[in-house]
Design a protein around this ligand. Sequence first.
Ligand code: KIV
Ligand code: ZN
Length: 523
Amino acid sequence: MTTDTKQDHVLIFDTTLRDGEQSPGATMTHEEKLEIAAALDEMGVDIIEAGFPIASEGDFNAVSEIAKNSVNSVICGLSRANFKDIDRNWEAVKHARQPRIHTFIGTSPLHRAIPNLTMDEMADKIHETVTHARNLCDNVQWSPMDATRTEHDYLCRVVEIAIKAGATTINIPDTVGYTAPRESADLIRMLLERVPGADEIVFATHCHNDLGMATANSLAAVEAGARQIECTINGLGERAGNTALEEVVMALKVRNDIMPYATGIDTTKIMKLSRRVATVSGFPVQYNKAIVGKNAFLHESGIHQDGVLKNVETFEIMKPADIGLNEDNIVLGKHSGRAALRSKLEGLGIELGQNQLNDLFVRFKDLADRKKEVYEDDLWTLVRDAEDATPDRLELKSLKVVCGTDGQSADMVMLVDGEEKRAETTGDGPVDACFNAVKDIFPHGAKLELYQVHAVTQGTDAQATVSVRLNEDGRIVTGQSADTDTVVASVKAYIHALNRLLVRRGKVGEGADRREISYKDVS
Ligand code: KIV
Ligand code: ZN
């Protein structure tokens, strides 16, 4: 990794596992976090923000293990402006070959009011906490949260204090996605001009997407001198999300003529990682999302198709292969054998052992019997369904649903710890009737927070992918499933989420995955 601000190299700081995971419902399991971190490291991400170690035992363990497994990336954890947070952060990241402590405090008038600190008191706190972090670690990042709504004089003052106290990276967050490209650039320029020592450190840009300008704001900051972009895969993140890694990286690659900055990212790994993050986070990628959306390389209108057939560059500014999207000619269906399945999976970057392949093959055949063609997305959902390692306590055995103008009812049999249980229920629609049956068979207090149906393939035999989010006392889990029958997919997704909830309940003692952390606590 280089921190030489004079090189036209932009560091990519990925915060999918911290800011991205803060999206309500996007919690990932421990194993999923390790897998995503390994993929980010392999893809060339310079710095991985692996989590918020003080938030829970689960976060702490994930950050520690990611740090231990890291190869090339710097591993960073987040901490508020207090010694306890910073010490806990260090305990987790210190195992990395290249650790970094990231500490932050809200500096805008609105954020200063929460801990009720005067400007001077906050300045002292910044000095103390950054000094403390720097005494533990050579690589310290400091962020004035809500920087874009902080008074310029005060921002310059606190940035100078953080630099003097030893911060090596100063991140300028647009926490609420409020800035616009010209202002984003002017802010970085102003800091570089006014703050003594600013040319000795790296400025980072961290933009949220509330007005849809995150990527543009990040790139404008780079043109003004920022040399680290903070981003997430698929733009995952609080509210409208963050700058999307794939967008900034591809923008810098495709428009290198006007933005001559290099990143170390292997772009051919983008598509695989985007799909994986969509699967594990339970946040599907919108079809028209730049770079990674399903439609990003599809041409529907006659004029476009004609143009592309004559010269692909007429309507494509990058090649699908640049992001690892490889079209092949293998069409999977009920006559396909193991070799075709294996080859297709390998094309998607999925490597399975012989037993896993055999197991998947049985379920692939079952699906192929019901569908004319099995598409890539179908394979992803099959693979994902096979992944949950812990044996399920709840299982759908059979389901009959009556629907139509005379009302809706469900007759369901489920296995609960191997024991058969049955319920006959009605509801406001077939899915509601089924969910009532699940509650009848397995009573629970979890609230349904999100129910999303997505047709992942085309035609009336499309597989429907259903995502369900449940919240039990702040413990949030998502479940997904796919089936050609939307109601069956819905019930399986609900049961999937309940099974995950039961696993998490079992880990409560370790404080697993509960997010009771508050940014307000800076004492
Ligand atoms: O958006 C933000 O301000 C943050 C900080 C914690 C860096 O995520
Ligand atoms: Zn953020």
